[in-house]
Ligand binder design. Structure first.
Ligand code: SAM
Length: 170
């Protein structure tokens, strides 16, 4: 979502998604993006290439073992002084209660839920957890937000952690 305005401003932006449908939507809205079809769990982030890496509304769709590996990949390879922007679901999101009470989901440790029907995961994060994952970065801002989401198919309460930090050590 933030990639298009950044590309329109003249930044060289690479967007990664494994869905060709999502990439086509991006392509149709902006012809200035470099789009790569890849699973972000295996995407090779070229070292010291990126000044900003953002993951918005994606990392909670994995088991946290995978989310943590992706975060490590981002931290290890972003340029020194580069910025990271992370946006993930928090425990306050209405989906947390919903999946906790659903027979379709198995509750695992650390606020991770496994959907037994389609073998997918959804995970919920806390501000302390994100701060801790980025303890060697300088926090520019971190927030634990809660709002009524009117954009989706159904009106619901949305809870999310937003983090912006800077790599200050190699
Ligand atoms: C809720 S959308 C968010 C899209 C965009 N980041 C935004 O903020 O508008 C989640 C996106 O993650 C992509 N996605 C989910 N799992 C992925 C994976 N393993 N590798 C790459 N992309 C993935 C989906 O295809 C979808 O486009």
């Amino acid at each position: 979502m933030n990639s298009i305005p950044l590309a329109e401003l003249g930044f060289n932006v690479t967007g990664v998604d494994y869905s060709s449908k999502c990439l086509d939507i991006c392509k149709n809205n902006c012809n200035k993006l470099n789009l790569v079809q890849s699973d972000i769990r295996t995407f090779n982030i070229e070292k010291d290439k990126y000044d900003l890496i953002q993951s918005r509304f994606v990392l909670h769709f994995f088991h946290k073992n995978d989310s943590y590996k992706i975060i490590k990949n981002i931290k290890d390879n972003i340029k020194l002084n580069g910025l990271v922007y992370i946006y993930v679901l928090s425990l306050k999101d209405s989906k947390f209660k919903k999946v906790s009470n659903s027979l379709e989901f198995e509750s695992l440790e650390n606020n991770i839920f496994h959907n037994k029907t389609n073998d997918t995961y959804i995970s919920f994060f806390t501000m302390d957890e994100i701060s801790n994952l980025f303890k060697d970065f300088k926090t520019i801002c971190i927030s634990d937000e809660y709002c009524l989401d009117l954009d989706g198919k159904t009106m619901h309460y949305s809870g999310f952690i937003k983090y912006i930090g800077q790599k200050i050590n190699n």
